[in-house]
Design a binder for this molecule. Structure first.
Ligand code: AMP
Ligand code: MG
Length: 482
């Protein structure tokens, strides 16, 4: 059932390892559509062998679970050895479309990369990753997926004693910028680029196959990762997602969002929005995300230099030229996305760009809810402008803006297809996780129903569309190391 491509091709980056026991496994949530995509029977997953696979305690005979090695820049500081401290790669499925998909368990116990950590995860944070990653997928944003969360029956000691859990997640791979940083360091130490080249070839085969036929395949890999990440961060910005911990070990080569720790969705529009309790300088604030993506790509480019050209000066010039295209790719993805959000997909750049530039400061000034705004604006396109006007303090300025927007003949149907009604709002997520930690999964299921069909307004679900209380939102913080 599971392949061992990563472990087989890159043994230097994999430490075969076993999960810790799960004394009382209890399935909290399982993703049936995803299981079907993987060709796995959801009812089997509910049984003893399935729960064993989802906790790593029953290993299929052909599988070699392993902790993956990687390095990374954390808040700008380089850490040569991070790796999966509390996670295991079980192997790869071949999904129904023939693609390889990693099965990875988070919270499965200490590994040789655990450092001071206990290797465990609590029910709340694992369900949090489940809800937010599935919401991102439903929003059309590339992401790792959540297959299941299983409570282990083991206590986890944080500020209080919490129930432990394992998240089973699926990704097109877990290759990170930090994986390349680790391999580049090994290659530099050993004086040959064998490992680095094998890693790059593995990444090209799995994620960016067009690079394999390019004149300079490793430069083409850099181009492809840069393009995928430019599109990804534009999509985050378009929905108001704040990742929270964009360390280079939390950035994938595939272009999927990964590692949902202190992430959250912005409510009142403000580029300085930060939720993470440890991001005191705002390095990973909403508005900094495109610049940080480019910074991380520069770290990725550095690892590829010896493969790009044997002459280091020439390699640097090629890599810099590649990274120079990031800004344009990002701008295009962002502006195209905003055209759709504003319902003017065909409008020329000369009219859309100033429209965006004049809108955002007004939203910031009036603390307008970034998600609700676009649905209310669609109402204005249908003839009822009062609800959206009610969000703004400086009405004269907003009315002027509305006039120029209307002149572009916005299409509300286009808007409603791309602007979500339901996002995993912080107060809703917190309430659902608190209930789930206490044993009541009802609110979590209701929240999942709303955020996994985010564009269709459903009667009876109004409270899922509303922002939290201002006091709650203003003080909301998320925590790392969960
Ligand atoms: P993250 O902040 O989730 O990206 O994790 C950064 C690093 O810390 C990774 O190497 C993780 O595997 C490791 N880590 C996080 N939490 C734990 C834990 N409870 N036990 C062991 N390692 C951990
Ligand atoms: Mg991580």
């Amino acid at each position: 059932m599971l392949q061992g491509r990563f472990v087989g091709e890159l043994p230097e980056l994999a430490v075969p390892w076993k999960a810790e026991a799960a004394p009382q496994p209890q399935l909290l949530v399982v993703n049936e559509p995803l299981a079907a995509e993987l060709g796995v029977d959801a009812d089997w997953l509910r049984g003893p062998d399935g729960l064993g696979l989802l906790t790593g305690t029953v290993v299929p005979s052909d599988a070699t679970p392993a902790a993956q090695a990687y390095a990374g820049h954390q808040f700008g500081g380089y850490q040569p050895r991070l790796g999966d401290g509390r996670a295991l790669l079980m192997g790869e499925f071949v999904d129904s479309t023939g693609r390889l998909r990693d099965l990875h368990l988070k919270g499965s116990g200490r590994t040789p990369f655990a450092r001071g950590g206990d290797g465990l995860a609590a029910v709340g944070p694992m369900l949090r990753e489940y809800v937010i990653s599935e919401a991102m997928h439903a929003l059309g944003i590339p992401t790792t997926r959540a297959l299941a969360v299983v409570a282990t029956g083991r206590p986890v000691y944080r500020d209080t004693v919490l129930p432990g859990a394992v998240l089973a997640r699926v990704a097109s791979s877990h290759l990170r910028v930090g994986t390349f940083q680790y391999a580049a360091a090994v290659s530099a130490r050993e004086g040959n680029v064998d490992l680095l080249r094998r890693l790059a070839d593995h990444a090209i085969a799995r994620h960016h196959p067009a690079a394999a036929v390019a004149e300079n395949r490793y430069l083409a890999l850099l181009d492809a990762v840069s393009a995928a990440q430019a599109k990804l961060v534009a999509q985050w910005m378009l929905v108001g997602f704040v990742h929270g911990v964009m360390n280079t070990d939390n950035m994938t080569i595939s272009g999927e969002t990964i590692d949902y720790g202190p992430c959250a969705f912005m409510e009142a529009f403000d580029p300085a929005t930060v939720f993470s309790s440890i991001d005191s300088s705002g390095r990973y604030a909403y508005g900094n995300q495109p610049a940080i993506t480019l910074w991380n790509l520069a770290r990725f480019a550095e690892t590829l230099l010896p493969l790009i050209h044997e002459n280091s000066g020439a390699a640097i010039a090629l890599a810099e030229a590649s990274l120079d295209s990031f800004a344009g790719l990002y701008e295009t993805a962002w502006t195209d996305g905003m055209r759709a959000k504003l319902g003017v997909p065909g409008a020329p750049a000369e009219s859309v760009t100033p429209l965006i530039e004049q809108l955002l400061p007004q939203m910031q000034q009036s603390h307008v809810d970034y998600t609700l705004f676009y649905r209310l604006l669609a109402g204005a396109a249908r003839g009822d402008a009062e609800p959206v006007r009610g969000e703004f303090i400086d009405l004269a300025a907003f009315d002027e803006w509305l006039g120029r927007w209307r002149a572009l003949e916005p299409d509300p149907a286009v808007m409603d297809r791309v602007n979500p009604v339901y996002i995993p709002r912080n107060h809703l997520v917190e309430d659902a996780l608190t209930a789930a930690t206490g044993g009541d999964l009802g609110p979590l299921q209701q929240l999942l129903t709303a955020v996994t069909a985010p564009f269709e307004e459903r009667p009876g679900s109004e409270r899922f569309a509303e922002p939290g209380e201002k006091e709650f939102s203003a003080s909301f913080q998320t925590f790392c190391g969960t």
